[in-house]
Design a protein around this ligand. Structure first.
Ligand code: IVH
Length: 682
């Protein structure tokens, strides 16, 4: 990299930080992004590189800090000079009118107005800005003392690390509000958790609280958290006279605030606003459980005072929880992208939270057992704002005795293969990679390092190929054209060309790789090598009987059975025929059979671009000579082969003092290994 002078670097770093924070604000606080995620990542990468080259430029308010840092052993405490209070609740309009009466009685003839805001169901936090820089932030705790969760709060992109302000920065500003996880992020996180066999979070609020309680801020950084700010704590060097003015000021500083608030001249206007707010309940990205009504004029707060735990100048109006009772007609089972089976309640349609609900998630079989849910039961369902409603409990009084217990199917409802439930997981899975429900996974597996090793066929690309219907089986990969791929997100003509090349080159891969890539249940890379080594052609593998297969080393009855049933399927045979047409190698070649031993026990790592051979060719060459290839450098690595513009593996090799070979030295080594059966001295 070109060395820059530090003044120039400092100038660019400041420019990048301002630009990145501006885009953060546009994206997270104002929901009107100007650039793509990719361009945003590029800005961040440039800043990271600058800070790495010039560590003196690191700053606590740099957006690079948002990725999280080293885990803490515990949270420190943080004390608030102005306590974080809570609110008293009312549940009816009459109670709200009574609140207004009390206020008017205290204030006498003094005129006042109200501000109505959504009551966000998140986690209360306080953020401290000293001279405009975010320094510490914490939870409410008991109101006076909370946990210092600064590291986690810094990962939330909508929270400014520095106030956005043209004039003088206030000496001190404590801002208070709510951290939440938006509905979409919550559902995605839960889906990932369920697929990983983890217990899902019950609701977005728990998910947000759990994320903020992480001692490892890198975990919090990956959680889709957001914030809404609505109040001030201790303040020095800034004057605001009303709630409406404060909200405007917070927005000006770059804080996300509620998407809608109401300025109301009297309590009747508040009541009308509450109706309007309730209608918008499901349009907000956060869960809302009511409205907060605040006297607008700060000058009246002292006179109104507070009770032990809540102020008299504000009150929360809570909406009814949204539940309904209906009949559980049946339970169906869905198969997710990673093979997880999810039971789904099929319900007699019922109106909840403004929409008709006919299905609800039952999460997993343990949940069904715990709640003792049976088909035919009358069940209470709840729509906590999330799109997918859940079954809360069974109305046991309504049981007739005719209800039927449910058990998860032993066979996958999509492909019919046996399902498995691993110990320590709550989920039951279909492990058949071929299962149509798992196409994306299968394609990714097909191209993975230990299978056909197609460089560039990553997760996002696979998703796009499958979602657009461009790839329905691995054989479709071989028909992809550069023009089609270049159209996809984050691809251009060059990356498309190299992907097509990598796919085409993979046709020459060793037979064992193809066998592994097919994703036959219970056949891993090891058994694939053995099978290829003993049977030599895919045709022989396809026509082998279970008995013949069991004669192969390490192949037992389960594996043999899995292979024969796999090849007896019509879709498998079609796939093999299409792969054959595409020119995919189906035999282990002479030299592959007679794998050398000159490099036995030696591990290689490749980095950079080789001039005279492709990566795959180099890998095959090493393997033919008995060597192994690994993706990362460790103390067990024997050689790092460094082509042009090597990556971080080169530095890792220096660090672990691993022998580094340039392409020429590698060629000498390989020729010697291929010629003689002993490793030459280098
Ligand atoms: S004002 C002293 N405004 O609800 C009053 N609170 O149940 C400070 N909350 O403690 C709070 N949305 O954590 C206020 N727009 C809003 C709110 C809000 C949610 C939370 C807050 C409060 C709790 C009371």
């Amino acid at each position: 990299m070109m060395k820059r002078d530090i003044t120039e670097a400092a100038r660019r770093a400041a420019e990048l930080r301002a630009e990145i924070e501006r885009h953060n604000r546009l994206y997270y606080a104002e929901a009107r992004p100007e650039i793509s995620d990719y361009d945003f990542d590029m800005l961040l990468k440039e800043l990271e590189a600058l800070e790495k080259d010039f560590p003196a430029l690191m700053a606590p308010d740099s957006p690079t800090q948002r990725v999280g840092g080293a885990p803490l052993s515990g949270f420190e405490s943080i004390t608030y000079s102005k306590p974080m209070m809570s609110l008293s609740n009312v549940y009816s309009k009459d109670e709200l009118r009574a609140f207004d009466e009390r206020v008017r009685k205290i204030l006498g003839k003094t005129a006042f107005t109200y501000v109505l805001e959504p009551k966000i169901d998140g986690v209360a936090v306080s953020l401290r800005y000293e001279k405009g820089i975010f320094t510490v932030g914490g939870t409410r705790g008991d109101g006076r003392t909370g946990d210092n969760i600064t590291a986690n709060l810094k990962t939330i992109r909508s929270i400014p690390l520095k106030l956005h302000h043209a004039g003088n920065m206030p000496e001190l500003l404590e801002v208070r509000g709510e951290v939440y996880m938006d509905r979409k992020g919550f559902q995605e996180l839960n889906r990932e958790r369920e697929e990983a066999g983890l217990e899902p979070f019950a609701n977005p609020r728990n998910a947000a609280a759990g994320s903020l309680k992480q001692l490892d801020s890198r975990v919090a950084a990956r959680r889709p958290l957001n914030a809404v700010l609505y109040a001030a704590g201790e303040v020095r060097g800034l004057v605001t006279r009303s709630q409406a003015e404060l909200l405007a000021q917070l927005r000006e500083f770059g804080f996300p605030t509620a998407p809608r608030t109401w300025n109301c001249s009297d309590i009747e206007a508040v009541l009308a606003g509450l109706d309007e707010l309730e209608g918008m309940r499901h349009d907000f990205p956060f869960e809302m459980d009511g409205g907060v009504i605040k006297i607008n004029e700060f000058g009246l707060y002292e006179e109104l005072g507070a009770t032990a735990k809540s102020p008299r100048w504000a009150i929360a109006y809570k909406y009814e929880p949204e539940q309904a009772e209906t009949v559980l007609l049946g339970i169906t089972v869905q198969v997710g992208r990673t093979g997880v089976l999810t039971p789904v309640a099929e319900l007699e349609p019922v109106l909840v939270a403004g929409s008709t609900v006919s299905r609800a998630t039952l999460h997993n079989e343990e949940e069904i057992a715990r709640k003792d849910i049976r088909i035919g039961d009358r069940v209470l369902i709840e729509k906590a704002g999330e799109v997918i409603p859940a079954v809360v409990k069974v109305n046991l009084d309504a049981r007739t005795g005719r209800e039927k217990k449910f058990s998860m199917p032993a066979q996958c409802p999509v492909c019919g293969e046996p399902t498995v439930k691993r110990e320590a997981e709550v989920a039951r899975r279909c492990i058949n990679m071929q299962c149509p429900a798992q196409l994306k996974n299968w394609i990714r597996h097909f191209g993975s390092r230990d299978a056909m090793d197609i460089e560039g066929l990553g997760v996002t690309l696979t998703e796009q190929l499958v979602d657009r219907g461009m790839v329905k089986t691995p054989a479709d990969l071989y028909r992809l054209k550069q023009e089609d791929i270049a159209e996809l997100e984050r691809m251009g003509p060059r990356s498309a060309a190299s992907l097509v090349r990598a796919i085409q080159e993979s046709r020459g891969q060793n037979l064992w790789r193809l066998i592994h890539a097919l994703g036959i249940p219970h056949v891993g890379a090891g058994s694939a090598r053995t099978l290829a080594g003993e049977l030599h052609t895919l045709d022989r593998l396809m026509s082998a009987t279970a008995n013949e297969l069991e004669a192969v080393r390490d192949v037992g009855a389960v594996v043999a059975q899995s292979i024969t049933s796999f090849f007896s399927r019509r879709d498998t045979r079609e796939l093999i025929a299409r792969l054959k047409d595409a020119g995919v190698n189906m035999e282990s070649g002479e030299d592959a059979q007679a794998a050398g031993t000159a490099l036995a026990g030696k591990t290689f790592v490749l980095t950079g671009t080789l001039k005279n051979q492709t990566r795959n060719q180099a890998v095959e060459r090493i393997r033919r000579a008995g060597g192994a290839v690994s993706g990362s450098v460790s103390k067990n690595t024997d050689y790092v082969v460094a082509g042009e513009s090597p990556g971080s593996k080169y530095e890792a090799a220096l660090k672990h003092k691993v022998k580094i070979l340039d392409e020429e030295a590698f060629t000498v080594l390989m020729e010697a290994a291929e010629g003689v059966q002993k490793e030459p001295d280098l």
